[in-house]
Design a protein around this ligand. Structure first.
Ligand code: RBZ
Ligand code: NIO
Length: 352
């Protein structure tokens, strides 16, 4: 792991798509960012008329030992409780997945409590990580196993017909792990990286930053050694999300990113294969403080800004209809020639 070989995107197909989009019955550029999305999807898939439905939504759940430090607004048992909620179809990601016709899978990659529900895919690598404030979160072998779980799950959902990959997560404490990972990729101070996650108060936010500061001093994690980096301060679901992204890019499947945790997982994936990022589009800007820094590092501008801060893949699911609109534009619109409509240039018209 991770011996992935991700093909370069087909830039000539993206260019061909742009030229074709300019022939559609609208002033050039008038569908704005949708035109960019359509061209990017063509470059990723290698197809002028790509299909993006159905999306595969993978929600990876795992617990975090660092939750014992009081870094979340919620108790750790909420992870397992929310997994039951996912299984019962009652979470935000369930509602949104139904409305976009997604193939939704919920995967236990490391929930602390036993999950005995056949609607949850059982891939537990270990029951939660260790508290990385005092010891390494997991072994390197476990980090690799978690990456593999994600990789295999993406292969599976793509095999079932998934044409876009959305990855979400559930794990109380995971904004602490994601912030710690992000902090090692930038010189930005923790005051600009570490946010309120599920909604902690200001006093607790200072404590959360202290916990991360101490952990970074203790472990000296090096992102250039990504398995070791993940093992020291990462999370099982974050590793799985990264693995899933690698599998999708390898198969030319576009990846629609969710919020803060997901973008950090994308940065993790990039540590394994730099060009994986060419297959990603950022779905939304999360309210989580560090998300802008993570997006900037990844070089992505988010499609939506709805002041969301949930995770689970919810922001990506809400952005997905933009993929549908972009591909419908290319697939269904008439061209000036086919509709017999005069072009502005032919008439020598200028915009007033
Ligand atoms: C009921 C509930 C549902 C959630 N769904 C996603 N998260 C989000 O909040 C958690 C991260 O925040 P922190 O690091 O502060 O614990 C993750 O589980 C994330 O998916 C939830 C959190 C809660 C409480
Ligand atoms: O943007 C996210 O992924 C996020 C933000 C807050 C809490 N959980 C997740």
């Amino acid at each position: 792991m991770m011996n992935v070989s991700i093909p370069p995107i087909r830039r000539e197909m993206a260019e061909q798509a742009r030229a074709y989009i300019d022939q559609l019955t609208k002033p050039p550029g008038s569908l704005g960012r949708l035109e960019d999305i359509a061209a990017e999807l063509a470059g990723m898939t290698g197809e002028l008329l790509p299909r993006v439905t159905p999306p595969g939504v993978l929600v990876f759940a795992a617990d975090h030992g660092v939750a014992a430090e009081g870094v979340s607004a919620y108790p750790a048992e909420v992870t397992a409780q929310m997994v039951s909620n996912f299984a019962n179809g009652g979470a935000a990601i369930n509602a949104f997945s139904r409305h976009i016709g997604a193939l939704l899978q919920v995967i236990d990659v490391g929930v602390a409590a036993p999950i005995a529900d056949e609607r949850v895919i059982q891939k537990k690598v270990r029951p939660g990580t260790n508290n990385f404030a005092t010891m390494e979160a997991m072994t390197m072998s476990e980090a690799e196993q978690a990456l593999h779980v994600g990789y295999e799950q993406a292969v599976s959902v793509i095999g079932q017909g998934g044409r876009t990959l959305i990855v979400g997560e559930m794990g109380i404490g995971n904004t602490t792990a994601a912030s710690a990972l992000l902090a090692t990729l930038t010189d930005e101070p923790l005051e600009r990286i570490v946010g309120k996650g599920s909604g902690i108060r200001e006093e607790r936010l200072a404590h959360k930053r202290d916990v991360i500061r101490r952990a970074l001093l203790l472990h000296q994690p090096d992102p250039a050694k990504p398995i070791e980096w993940l093992a020291k301060i990462g999370g099982l679901e974050i590793a799985a999300m990264a693995g899933a992204m690698l599998a999708a890019a390898e198969r030319r499947i576009p990846i629609l990113l969710d919020g803060f945790i997901c973008t950090v997982a994308a940065l993790v994936a990039r540590q394994f294969a730099p060009n994986v990022a060419e297959y990603m589009i950022a779905g939304h800007r999360s309210q989580e403080l560090g998300h802008d820094i993570a997006l900037r590092l990844l070089g992505k501008e988010p499609l939506l800004d709805l002041r969301m801060r949930l995770g689970e893949g919810s922001g990506a699911a809400v952005a997905f209809p933009l993929f549908v609109a972009a591909t419908a534009m290319v697939n269904e619109m008439a061209t000036f020639a086919s509709a017999g409509i005069s072009t502005g240039e032919e008439k020598g018209e200028k915009q007033a």
